[in-house]
Design a binder for this molecule. Structure first.
Ligand SMILES: [Zn+2]
Length: 447
């Protein structure tokens, strides 16, 4: 099969394609398809000898107005995703941002390319059965590949380790093989991830053994374990703290006999750090609730860790069935704390409003109604402290940056909700960005 593919002599590749891709984990509601993007062009270079890969793409959003997540950008968006060995990072302009959370997904992608899966099968001593071969990279992923009657790889099925769903299922198909300058390569590449289309590309050019030299930047090299565990806390009011230090924030609220955490983002590493900080800030009181703003995977990747400790998840009813499944789903590739604890998840769904109170402090949770970012987006309001915490409807730009014009429709909707509900807000604790006075949000909403 390696011979049919011409794989043995392939050390590096450059593949250019166009088509559509989707923002996995960013649907407008659980069970809805991933948001779709038109890919004007994507060029992937791979070096199989160094285990490195770089995707450089230009894409535009299909939905207008946008529905669901992924960064809100008007017009063309350029994305550069890189992997080298055990390092993953993204490039924006001249800046490389470490993305350790994407490492396993990208390694899975690299080693499930038509050429890569044959090389990985040989390296990992795959078992062969008829037209299929299977192998595993412990702690990372499991793969089963099927070849057609010309011994060309036509299907790859597998799972990789995922913080939200334990195992993330993927199925890729490679069809319409052509001879691209001595190497057989599929003209059509499709991928389904988590049950919905993730990629549908038509390949236009394939170059073999072009020089691919991907160097890991120094700051990316340092960002391995511990990258998500840096937590800084800032007191926002008596008994209320804003936990920052990375890309996704949390809020800790001390109640009479327990603590509440708003948001468990990213992954287990982040969740453990947020749990530890909460216990330091509120010693001797159990953490009873974790409030989840919405189910987008970057905002819910720590919930399995909270569930493993028996902490109740409060979320929109829109998300409850999904979390009841995801928080008890199998994590066979990389068993996490919840896979070991096997705690029955406690998930409480809510409608437009819920109030948690201890008689002294009130924590109001409101649906952000009609927000196209997510059907079950909720925000947390502390009436006495005049604080509001929300995710993704409004993210403050860098200080003194020009507000988006016309304004982000998600922010306009949030502003309308705050006004419509008569919430008396002084400061906003956004779950991305920085603490700001309400006036900044109002200005960003173009009011
Ligand atoms: Zn989101």
């Amino acid at each position: 099969m390696a011979k049919a593919m011409g794989t043995a002599n392939v050390k590096s590749m450059e593949v250019t394609a166009s088509g559509v891709n989707y923002a996995v984990g960013q649907s407008a509601a659980p069970g809805a398809p991933w948001p779709k993007f038109n890919v004007k062009t994507v060029t992937r270079v791979v070096n199989y000898e160094t285990g490195s890969m770089r995707d450089d793409s230009v894409r535009t959003r299909v939905d207008d107005p946008p529905r669901g997540g992924a960064p809100f950008v008007r017009g063309e968006q350029r994305l550069i995703f890189v992997l080298s060995g055990d390092h993953a990072w993204n490039v924006v302009g001249e800046t490389a941002t470490p993305a350790p959370i994407a490492m396993v997904d990208r390694q899975f992608q690299l080693w499930t390319t038509p050429e890569g899966v044959v090389k990985a099968a040989i390296a990992n001593k795959a078992t062969v059965q008829g037209r299929t071969f299977a192998f595993a990279v412990p702690g990372r992923f499991k793969v089963k590949a099927t070849v057609n009657d010309q011994n060309l790889v036509e299907k790859v099925e597998g799972v990789f380790a995922h913080p939200v769903t334990g195992d993330m299922p993927v199925e890729a198909t490679f069809t319409e093989y052509q001879d691209f300058g001595g190497v057989m390569y599929p003209r059509k590449i499709r991928r389904v991830e988590g049950g919905f289309p993730a990629l549908d590309l038509t390949v236009t050019s394939v170059k073999v053994n072009v020089p691919v030299d991907i160097q890991t930047p120094a700051d990316v090299r340092q960002a391995t374990t511990g990258f998500y565990s840096r937590v800084t806390s800032e007191k926002a009011a008596d008994g209320v703290w804003y936990l920052t230090g990375g890309s996704h924030h949390s809020v800790v609220i001390e109640m009479k006999d327990h603590a509440i955490v708003v948001e468990a983002p990213l992954n287990e590493e982040r969740a453990l750090a947020v749990l530890a900080e909460t216990r330091k800030l509120v010693p001797g009181k159990p953490i009873r609730y974790v409030i989840n703003s919405h189910h987008h995977y970057d905002h819910s990747g720590g919930l399995r860790t909270f569930a493993a400790e028996g902490i109740t998840v409060v979320t929109s009813e829109v998300n409850r069935p999904f979390f009841e499944w995801a928080l008890s789903a199998a994590a066979t590739v990389s068993p996490d704390r919840q896979a070991k604890a096997r705690q029955k998840p406690k998930v409480e769904g809510m409608g437009v409003k819920r109030v948690l109170t201890d008689g002294t402090r009130s924590v109001e949770i409101h649906q952000i109604s009609g927000n196209l970012h997510h059907d079950g987006l909720i925000m947390v309001y502390l009436p006495k402290e005049k604080l509001l915490s929300e995710a993704d409807a409004y993210t403050p730009p860098a200080p003194n940056a020009q507000p988006m014009s016309p304004p982000n429709p998600f922010t306009v909707n949030l502003s309308d909700n705050i006004a419509g509900l008569n919430l008396d807000v002084e400061r906003v604790l956004p779950l991305h960005g920085r603490m700001v006075p309400l006036a900044e949000l109002t200005k960003a909403a173009g009011k």
